[in-house]
Design a protein around this ligand. Sequence first.
Ligand SMILES: NC(=O)C1=CN([C@@H]2O[C@H](COP(=O)(O)OP(=O)(O)OC[C@H]3O[C@@H](n4cnc5c(N)ncnc54)[C@H](OP(=O)(O)O)[C@@H]3O)[C@@H](O)[C@H]2O)C=CC1
Ligand SMILES: O=C(O)[C@@H]1CCC=N1
Length: 271
Amino acid sequence: MQMDDVARRGLVLLGCGKMGSAMLAGWLEGGLPKSSVTVLDPKPSDWLQGLGVRLNEELPEDPAIVLVAVKPQMMGDALPSMQAKGNGTTLFVSVAAGTPIATFEQSLGEKTPIVRAMPNTPSAIGRGITAIIGNAHTTPDQLDLAEALLKAVGQVVRLEREDQMDGVTAVSGSGPAYVFHLIETMAKAGEEQGLSPELALQLAKATVGGAGALAERSDEHPGKLRENVTSPNGTTQAALDVLMNEKDGFPVLLSRALKAAADRSRELANG
Ligand SMILES: NC(=O)C1=CN([C@@H]2O[C@H](COP(=O)(O)OP(=O)(O)OC[C@H]3O[C@@H](n4cnc5c(N)ncnc54)[C@H](OP(=O)(O)O)[C@@H]3O)[C@@H](O)[C@H]2O)C=CC1
Ligand SMILES: O=C(O)[C@@H]1CCC=N1
């Protein structure tokens, strides 16, 4: 029902780069009519130009949703074009890292319903996860609408406080990049052990994809799944002794990396 309202009144996508494209691909795949989508982007990609959505055209009178997916640094340039849609019945959803709800309220009007969201790029294949939180003027129905839209591209979790968004960004917003880097570095290390680049990459991709799927589907904690791989005094134990090293192993490194991401998210809030 709610997505019918989006199809009828229209969805505006402000900024269609990597994240906007990932979500748009998921919505169209999920059945949102192309004619309901108006995309504003100064340099549309070839993919976007060939898609059949309304591109850089006049905005619908009363769109159900404006989804803002420009870089935080571009917000000051991009938001003023949306001011006419503020303080009304249009729901704004921002996926920008760092940019607080207050910034949108200042630009669009205090009474504008605004949902801040943090998705990730596996949304492109319907396997994203998005955290959301609404401002005081977002009604329960509008929060449900934002959830329905984002559920079309994966899981949705609701936050209790806006300041949780920095930690979420560090874990799941930026997280796919850490996993892709793990694949890259595992493959490289496999090459050092004499494997061809192609074989090493195939093994690394399938292992990360398979282990991720097992961790997601299994009722067992990932720690138990790790133990299931680890024979006493075997090969895995030898590797984990390196990776779990208290001084410079994974726990120390990931803790530092996630703190850097969360700190950067807090910095972006200050422009
Ligand atoms: N990439 C990711 O994994 C994630 C990104 N995000 C957030 O999503 C947002 C977009 O990130 P991402 O997609 O990676 O960045 P991109 O640079 O790929 O996409 C932003 C798009 O917005 C366009 N743009 C710039 N100015 C305007 C404007 N005034 N009006 C309309 N469009 C404009 C850009 O065009 P041009 O290139 O010509 O400048 C570009 O196509 C960011 O705020 C980011 O924090 C959130 C979660 C994950
Ligand atoms: O790197 C960034 O700032 C954005 C936000 C989360 C993922 N990409």
